[in-house]
Design a protein around this ligand. Structure first.
Ligand SMILES: NC(=O)c1ccc[n+]([C@@H]2O[C@H](COP(=O)([O-])OP(=O)(O)OC[C@H]3O[C@@H](n4cnc5c(N)ncnc54)[C@H](OP(=O)(O)O)[C@@H]3O)[C@@H](O)[C@H]2O)c1
Length: 217
């Protein structure tokens, strides 16, 4: 059984993905700067699940223990967190969910000079890490509970095998996920999130998402 470690797994997106991944039968490690906080999130998931598939650790231990590492921290903490975890994730798949939002104008697309947060992650971790970018368009609020996930997942990355591994995890967790090309294409998914935030502001309570159409059954 593969182990998925979620760095920043106590947060909105991280804990929601952890729940869905554990529901799909994956062993999940919640990473946090505080191992106790991580353990609390893991305990909540296990209680809801009725099984012990989640465990809490500090981010360093989580990165070392996982086969696949999912990064769910805010853009302004991306560089410092990746510097800390650089050595522990060499040779692994790292899934970047970061949207490069620049507060306060989060409903405006403001991409970094490097192109995208996914490309920054690849630059910082180096070529021995297979960076895959995904989950930017899923509203974290749609993940707790058992309601069907209606937002599609665009999965980009330069390794087809690594992309495929992430697509399989997403599909097993109830999401429609698609190979969306090389990591350079992560710019599109990251930019789309600001548009979704803009739409959410127009419809209070909405958790907008995206859906790819036109693919035959
Ligand atoms: N929320 C969404 O709907 C959504 C949707 C798609 C993508 N995303 C992306 O997912 C990422 C996480 O968003 P979120 O809304 O889940 O954020 P969040 O709720 O704030 O969670 C992020 C986690 O980061 C950790 N953290 C806080 N300060 C930190 C620091 N200085 N250094 C390292 N880690 C720190 C915290 O965990 P500990 O305090 O336990 O360490 C926190 O639980 C963002 O890049 C966001 O753009 C979010």
């Amino acid at each position: 059984m593969q182990t998925i470690s979620i760095i920043g797994g106590t947060g909105s997106l991280g804990s929601g993905l952890a729940w869905r991944f554990a529901q799909a039968g994956n062993k999940v490690i919640i990473g946090s700067r505080d191992a106790e906080r991580a353990a609390e999130t893991a305990t909540d998931i296990n209680r809801k699940l009725g099984k012990d598939l989640a465990q809490g650790m500090d981010n360093d231990a989580a990165a070392a223990a996982g086969d696949i590492i999912v990064l769910t921290i805010k853009f302004n903490h991306q560089k410092s967190t990746l510097a800390q975890l650089h050595d522990a994730v060499q040779g692994k798949i790292v899934v970047d969910t970061t949207v490069p939002l620049v507060p306060p104008k989060v409903a405006r697309v403001q991409l970094p000079p490097e192109g995208s947060a996914g490309l920054i992650t690849q630059q910082l971790l180096g070529e021995n890490v297979q960076v895959v970018s995904a989950f930017q368009n899923i509203a974290a609020d749609s993940l707790p509970g058992d309601a069907p996930i209606t937002c599609d997942v665009l999965v980009t990355g330069d390794s087809k095998d690594a992309r495929e591994a992430v697509i399989q995890i997403a599909r097993a967790s109830g999401m429609r996920a698609w190979h969306a090309g090389p990591l350079a294409n992560s710019v599109a998914a990251e930019a789309m999130t600001s548009l979704l935030i803009h739409l959410n502001k127009q419809f209070p309570g909405a958790h907008t998402g995206i859906k790819i159409t036109g693919i035959p059954d």
